[in-house]
Design a protein around this ligand. Structure first.
Ligand code: DGT
Ligand code: CA
Ligand code: CA
Ligand code: ZN
Length: 579
């Protein structure tokens, strides 16, 4: 497994600590190195095998950091980080998961109030101690208290984007074991939920112990949490992975059961009971002739269980895609033949929201376009940040810079193998106005407008105003939420979607695993109200083009059909929508 993300996280953890301790600029050096490692095409472990010089071939990695990287690859950490953890014993990740609390705040509150973890922070906020610290006030204290509550609710749930690669690595591992038959991911990961409690993997086998034994020796398992004769749990790359091994003839029923959701299963089971069947993880059983239903798990005549599709067929239902199994009407829809004809992975032909080094992306326009072509896209839209509310640190471009960039985008477009749209990501201010001049907006092909500031309270009016703006084509990450970090704007999705449908504006499904904004239930409301959705990655570097799958499956969770999705059209179809 590529270790770039892990090594980058260690450098970032160290950067957070430097920043908290008031070290002036050094933390930025570490952050730049971390970013470079995360986005590098090479596996950092391969470079480290050549020693520090190998690692220094990466941009922004100097001698001192390269040595720490080699140490981290070899030992899983580095000395200065461990020293800092001892000298400065704060739960940095836990504390900075609270919105509005950054490393600097952690440092201030540690020095003033000895705040070390979430409990300390909550107590200090409740008891009014934070407002007394210089630089903090009552409002900050209240926000911290709200943030603590939100952070607690999300504790322990992992991002889909972090869990999925671990699940897939486990699946690949089982597929290579001779004793393993069919293997599938199950649970929330198979349903592509935005957050994952644990990773569930199901394997069919006649030799269950052999499969369990192999799993507890898996090279990617950092710790074995528990192991039995037909199941085991390990921790791998920060994720809990649950394995269940079942008899091959019960693989289908087990897969149906362990894919959930629990609410879907309950409805499915009741649907079966009404028709004289018993459903459980061992199969579907015809119990219409039976007196005592509770006499055992495998009673009556078994009519299905070998395959999952067979489980639904036994009840005269078509197979229901896992993304729909959230008890949002999917069983009724299946029964009446009204399941959606879902957008399929691979049908997305391009990306309409991509950043370059003109704002906070890592590569040039030309390079991001080439990478989009390489990824297989037929079109791409360069949509860098405009200046305006929510853009800090000089990230956003003013109209003059955007004009200059437009010239460059047109020049790149002339030579590119794929269609290139010139765009912008403008900011939607609190009053719904858009932060770029109208004449410039009119000259661009595609205007993405997104909220980046004031992301609390109800955002409906503000977002409706943005989608009604005649030049806005896509409403970017509508709620502005950051999963496990901030809730984002509340919104009446139906009202925004109706306005979007009326004005020919698409609503984004931002595919970044930290956002997934809009999300499943909101996408469902949006498409029911007639809105078109745009699945975008918001890529800041080429590897992020790959996040599109998270957007695709999120749209599927929202029952989106191919026709509902702007980027499932060809370049001419997209241009027609934008014009
Ligand atoms: P998670 O892990 O919290 O993200 O969510 P899931 O859905 O992966 O849940 P998990 O790992 O606790 O269990 C996997 C599946 O097993 C779940 O989706 C449905 C099934 N399951 C677990 N417990 C029950 C239960 O008490 N009743 C029913 N009907 N199904 C259950
Ligand atoms: Ca699970
Ligand atoms: Ca589980
Ligand atoms: Zn944005």
């Amino acid at each position: 497994m590529r270790r770039n993300a892990e090594i980058a996280s260690l450098l970032e953890a160290y950067a957070d600590r430097l920043e908290a301790q008031g070290v002036d600029y050094k933390h930025r050096t570490y952050r730049r190195a971390a970013e470079s490692i995360r986005d590098a095409p090479e596996d950092v472990a391969d470079l480290a095998a050549e020693g520090p010089e190998g690692v220094q071939r990466l941009d922004d990695v100097g001698e001192s950091i390269s040595k720490k990287v080699v140490e981290a690859v070899e030992t899983g950490t580095f000395e200065q980080l461990e020293d800092s953890r001892e000298e400065f014993p704060v739960e940095m990740a836990e504390l900075t998961s609270v919105e509005g609390v950054g490393p600097k705040t952690v440092g201030d509150l540690y020095r003033a109030l000895d705040v070390r973890d979430l409990d300390d922070l909550e107590r200090a906020a409740r008891e009014g101690e934070i407002r007394a610290v210089s630089g903090f006030g009552e409002k900050t204290e209240r926000n911290i208290l709200d943030g603590v509550e939100f952070a607690r609710q999300s504790q322990g749930r992992q991002l889909l984007g972090d869990a999925r690669p671990v699940g897939e690595a486990a699946l690949a591992f089982f597929e290579a074991i001779p004793e393993a038959g069919r293997c599938e991911l199950a649970g929330s990961l198979r349903r592509w939920k935005p957050t994952i409690g644990d990773v569930d993997v199901l394997v069919g086998s006649d030799d269950r112990e052999a499969v369990v034994d192999a799993f507890t020796d898996w090279a990617e398992a950092d710790e074995v949490i528990e192991a039995g004769s037909d199941k085991a749990s390990v921790r791998s790359n920060g994720q809990r992975v649950d394995l269940r091994v079942v008899a091959p003839q019960e693989f289908g029923s087990a897969l149906q059961y362990f894919s959930g959701s629990k609410a879907h299963n309950i409805r499915f089971r009741n649907y079966a009971i009404e028709r004289g069947y018993k459903v459980n993880e061992y199969g579907i059983f015809d119990v219409s002739e039976l007196e005592d239903l509770d006499s055992g798990q495998r009673v009556g005549e078994r009519v299905a269980g070998e395959t999952e599709d067979g489980m639904y067929e036994a009840l005269d239902l078509p197979p229901i895609p896992p993304e729909l199994r959230e008890d949002r009407g999917e069983i009724d829809a299946a029964a009446s033949g009204d399941l959606p004809d879902l957008l399929a992975p691979g049908e997305v032909r391009g990306d309409l929201h991509v950043h370059t080094d003109w704002s906070d992306g890592t590569l040039s326009v030309e390079e991001m376009v080439a990478a989009a072509a390489e990824f297989g896209h037929e079109f791409v839209c360069i949509a860098d940040h405009a200046t305006g509310p929510g853009m800090v640190g000089g990230v956003g471009l003013d109209d003059e810079a955007l004009r200059e960039q437009l010239t460059e985008i047109r020049a790149v477009a002339d030579d590119a193998d794929i269609e290139v749209f010139a765009g912008v990501e403008a900011n939607v201010a609190a009053d719904g106005t858009v932060s770029v001049g109208d004449d410039l907006l009119a000259d661009l092909d595609c205007v993405v407008a997104s909220p980046h500031s004031g992301l609390d309270g109800d955002g409906t009016d503000r977002l409706v105003a943005a989608v009604e703006h005649p030049e806005v084509d896509v409403l970017g990450h509508p709620s502005g939420r950051l999963i496990n970090q901030r809730a984002g704007l509340e919104l009446d999705v139906e009202a925004v979607a109706r306005a979007a449908a009326d004005h020919g504006t698409a609503l984004e499904v931002n595919s970044n695993p930290h956002r997934l904004d809009l999300w499943g239930s909101a996408v469902k409301q949006a498409v029911e109200a007639g809105a078109t959705v745009a699945i975008d990655t918001d890529a800041h570097a080429p590897p992020e083009y790959g996040n599109v799958r998270y957007g695709v499956h999120t749209a599927r969770r929202g029952w989106a059909e191919t026709d509902d999705v702007l980027n499932a059209r060809d370049a001419a179809g997209v241009r027609a929508f934008l014009d």
